[in-house]
Design a protein around this ligand. Structure first.
Ligand code: SF4
Ligand code: SF4
Length: 137
């Protein structure tokens, strides 16, 4: 039997949200965690896998998707340590701040149940999101 959350949203692992020419920003802690997971020194990781946009450090993109997205099997290569914003997507108050934003995201994310309303989704949103390593995409 599905949980309340699963009735509203269940990631289909389609990889659509890993596509695009930019990615999420990485906190210093996330940079350290991903570098360590990959067995790299921080400097090596930053050089090989990230790009600076102003003060933000983002993951690079390759062929129109995040450098850590493995297209063949639709996998995130750093799944256990992926950034907070990836883990939380799309259930984030700033993304789903109003009904219109929800409808825009719903059109691109097949994880939302067709029956789910914005009111249903609002109940799932964390009240005060903090970066952490819990949660799943
Ligand atoms: S969050 Fe949505 S768009 Fe991203 S992989 Fe899951 S179902 Fe696809
Ligand atoms: S880190 Fe993983 S989940 Fe996040 S955008 Fe890259 S491939 Fe997708």
């Amino acid at each position: 039997m599905k949980t309340d959350k699963a009735k509203v949203f269940e990631c289909k692992r389609c990889g659509f949200c890993c596509q695009g020419e930019s990615t999420v920003s990485l906190s210093p802690e996330e940079q350290e965690q991903i570098a360590s997971y990959l067995g790299l020194k921080l400097e090596e990781f930053l050089e090989k896998y990230t790009v600076k946009r102003g003060r933000r450090v983002e993951m690079k993109t390759v062929a129109g998707h995040c450098i850590f997205y493995q297209e063949k099997e639709s996998l995130c290569l750093i799944h256990p340590v992926k950034p907070f914003h990836c883990k939380q997507w799309p259930l984030h108050p700033s993304i789903l701040k109003d009904r219109e934003s929800f409808e825009i995201i719903r059109r691109t994310c097949p994880g939302f149940s067709p029956e789910a309303s914005w009111e249903d989704v609002k109940k799932l949103l964390p009240s005060s999101p903090k970066p952490s390593n819990s949660g799943q995409k």
